[in-house]
Ligand binder design. Structure first.
Ligand code: ZN
Length: 304
């Protein structure tokens, strides 16, 4: 069996997006949606701005949504070549709770027979909550259900997902084509007449897929390069190691390792409670803290 046959991602690792005001972002994602702020750090390439990580209490891969706040930057334009919706799954018995809790939430039109709601965050980014085939006592948002890739075409992206990344074609409905990983799905929304999106607040910057460890990531890198993708070297993101490449439709993909995870630089019970900096930025902590706006993080409204 050659390397490519073995490659199959478990599913999404994280999604990274751009927001405006960081306090408004924290109030929405931690306060209203009840996600845990699992890491408070800075953009390593722009240490005068935050990098906010939300997830379940442990920051489990597949639950992680991160934001670069670009306060004062213009809004991006939604369009093809972008991730245009992020969907979370919740226990079926709590969908009504979320519809009542989120201002402006609307029922999702039939989505492969699944019930859900659609709404936007304060920067206009589209979010969805899908009812899972499961019940639970806590209404807490579980993990990503799916992301939607808006694309001018379909075949090249579908080939990457299936032939190179191990996803399988699962369903189609109109211009929506669903591909499944063991945990979670991705939809290609084929929109040949739509304009291209552009980066700015309220848009997704990239999505990351899971690799179990560094060795698997090396195999991924080799296989993707052999398939003609222009893959970056492995980059150290402190909480995971990353490679990046652009899928044929224009969305930036990343493959991120599950280890080392968010407990590498603070106790698991204290995740997100204080500003963490990588070793090379520690000497500049005082200056960085004086530049960053103060954030008030709401207590999680319900248990995960
Ligand atoms: Zn990333």
């Amino acid at each position: 069996m050659d390397a490519i046959d073995k490659m199959q991602t478990q599913g999404l690792h994280h999604v990274t997006a751009i927001c405006g005001d960081p306090q408004r972002n924290v109030d929405f994602y931690a306060g209203l949606l009840g996600l845990h702020l699992v890491k408070l750090t800075v953009n390593f390439d722009d240490p005068g701005t935050y990098h906010l990580y939300y997830g379940d209490a442990a920051g489990t891969p597949g639950t992680i949504l991160t934001f670069f706040p670009w306060a004062g930057a213009p809004r991006g334009r939604h369009g093809v070549g972008q991730v245009t919706a992020i969907a979370y799954g919740v226990p079926r018995n709590h969908l009504g709770f979320w519809k009542a809790r989120i201002p402006g939430a609307e029922p999702l039109r039939t989505r492969f027979g699944q019930d859900g709601i659609t709404f936007t965050d304060p920067d206009g980014m589209a979010l969805e909550i899908i009812a899972l085939d499961a019940e639970a006592t806590s209404p807490a948002i579980a993990r990503f259900h799916s992301v939607t890739l808006s694309e001018a075409g379909h075949d090249s992206t579908a080939r990457l997902l299936t032939a190179s990344m191990g996803l399988t074609a699962a369903a189609e409905q109109g211009n929506r084509f669903r591909y499944a990983a063991p945990e979670g799905v991705v939809d290609i929304l084929c929109q040949p007449d739509a304009r291209r999106g552009s980066m700015g607040t309220g848009t997704v910057h990239h999505i990351a897929w899971r690799a179990e460890n560094d060795s698997v990531q090396r195999d991924w890198r080799q296989a993707l390069s052999a398939d003609g993708y222009d893959v970056t070297p492995v980059l150290d993101r402190q909480y995971f190691h990353s490679i990046y490449y652009r899928e044929p439709g224009g969305v930036l993909f990343e493959i991120a390792t599950d280890p080392p995870g968010f407990a590498i630089d603070e106790p698991a019970a204290q995740l997100g409670k204080s500003l963490k900096l990588p070793a090379w930025l520690e000497p500049e902590r005082q200056r960085i803290e004086s530049i960053l706006p103060k954030l008030v993080v709401p207590e999680p409204p319900f248990a995960h």
